[in-house]
Design a binder for this molecule. Structure first.
Ligand SMILES: Cc1cc2nc3c(=O)[nH]c(=O)nc-3n(C[C@H](O)[C@H](O)[C@H](O)COP(=O)(O)OP(=O)(O)OC[C@H]3O[C@@H](n4cnc5c(N)ncnc54)[C@H](O)[C@@H]3O)c2cc1C
Length: 382
């Protein structure tokens, strides 16, 4: 068992760390405050090859794997979660369904631009009335000649409304199975298709420099060939995408948790109270020690889940554990980092205020903490 990173992985980690500190950190607070999407940062991430990290070179990717993506996400989230979730969703939810399930024609058409970061894609699973119980999807797609006609709506879809969004993949009911259950399929809907409307961005508590919209489909017609993979495989497809995505969200949560340690260490050395730096007080030292312990153990959990996935072993339980644990400790660390910063921790100009606001969604997105517990319990045979 060896948890050390290879030289290549260390080099990637270093370069993303430098990028986050030198390029993201100086501009992100303003984007966050104004709720604007950081196009310039995304463009530079594209030039660095980050959008191609886990993809094969034949499609323009970097030939890495899902673990290298996780390392990059951790380093980005250590500085800012809006940028990290933009990359996570672009790869894990946007390009990956096409990479995993698309035909060669679909891959050739869409992947090069998604992998270069010139374009983004969204993944439309959640609906206004259906989230955790995603099998209850209401959106319908009916085959009419050589076109799918889609009707319904999707809620909270990341990267679905930027100026460079090129498509969303949408899960829809395409029929009824012999046992009476819904047949779900996934369909590619290019941006700008008539009948596909993107609502204005939500007013969110956090992730304010990321892009999230409600989408509606009103007799929206796309070619029959836009079906992703086999008809009726929608459920299995999104379960796979979400299992993998949980490892990536865990990495992002670890990054936020580690960012809380970074900022707290700095502040504990600078801030004086009762004649000495607050870092001299054991109460503060213990908080920071606990924060470091939580970040470290959560990191091991996602390393383990990623290693199992890359080895082709079952990883559902470990991915759920990693996501559940990492998101829980991210919230804990954000709360403690804010506490260490006192009143300044409640001021938006301090990164920990952003970390605090960004942490809560980690217990909700890509499967709530309750859903992770359900997955773990089921995997244990309950
Ligand atoms: C900023 C943001 C970005 C997002 N991006 C995307 C995206 O790109 N694509 C996408 O498809 N979705 C996206 N989502 C949606 C997200 O995945 C869902 O919000 C999440 O899965 C929870 O669904 P819900 O909000 O409908 O909550 P619900 O499912 O309504 O759950 C409400 C509460 O009930 C609990 N609950 C539900 N069922 C059970 C049960 N059986 N037992 C115990 N408790 C239960 C839940 O855990 C939760 O606490 C995003 C959400 C946000 C906020």
């Amino acid at each position: 068992m060896d948890f050390r990173l290879t030289e290549e992985q260390e080099a990637l980690r270093e370069s993303v760390r430098d990028f986050a500190r030198e390029v993201v950190a100086p501009v992100i607070a303003e984007h966050y405050e104004k709720h604007t999407f950081p196009y310039e940062v995304v463009r530079q991430m594209g030039k660095m090859g980050l959008f191609g990290l886990p993809f094969a070179e034949e499609y323009g990717g970097m030939g890495g794997n899902y673990f290298t993506l996780c390392l990059a996400l951790e380093e980005l989230a250590r500085v800012d979660s809006s940028v990290a979730i933009t990359l996570e969703a672009a790869i894990s939810l946007g390009a990956m369904p096409i990479y995993r399930f698309g035909t060669e024609e679909q891959k050739a058409q869409w992947l090069p631009k998604l992998i270069s970061g010139e374009a983004l894609a969204g993944f439309g699973l959640t609906e206004p009335g259906v989230g955790s119980d995603a099998g209850g999807t209401q959106t319908r797609a009916v085959l009419d000649g050589d076109e799918w006609v889609i009707n319904g709506s999707k809620a909270f879809i990341t990267n679905s409304g930027t100026d460079i969004t090129t498509l969303v993949t949408v899960t829809a009911v395409t029929g009824t199975r012999p046992d009476g259950s819904k047949e779900l399929s996934t369909i590619i809907v290019p941006s700008g298709t008539p009948g596909f409307t993107v609502a204005p961005g939500y007013s969110k508590v956090g992730w304010n420099a990321s892009d999230t919209h409600e989408l509606t489909f009103d007799d929206c017609r796309v070619p029959a060939g836009n079906l992703l993979g086999e008809r009726g495989r929608g459920f299995a497809q999104f379960l796979r995408i979400l299992d993998e995505g949980r490892i990536a969200i865990a990495a992002l949560a670890v990054g936020l948790a580690q960012g809380c340690v970074d900022e707290s260490l700095k502040y504990a050395r600078e801030r004086h109270a009762f004649g000495q730096p607050i870092g001299n007080y054991q109460a503060i030292q213990f908080k920071i020690a606990d924060m470091e312990m939580r970040a470290h153990t959560a990191r091991l959990a996602y390393y383990d889940a990623a290693a199992r996935m890359l080895a082709g072993e079952p990883f559902k339980r470990q991915a759920a554990i990693a996501k559940l644990h990492a998101s829980t400790i991210a919230v804990d660390n954000a709360r403690e980092a804010t506490q260490i910063h006192g009143g300044y921790g409640f001021m938006n100009e301090y990164p920990v205020a952003r970390f605090w606001r960004d942490s809560k969604i980690l217990e909700i997105g890509e499967g709530t903490s309750e859903v992770q517990r359900m997955i773990i319990a089921r995997d244990l045979g309950l």
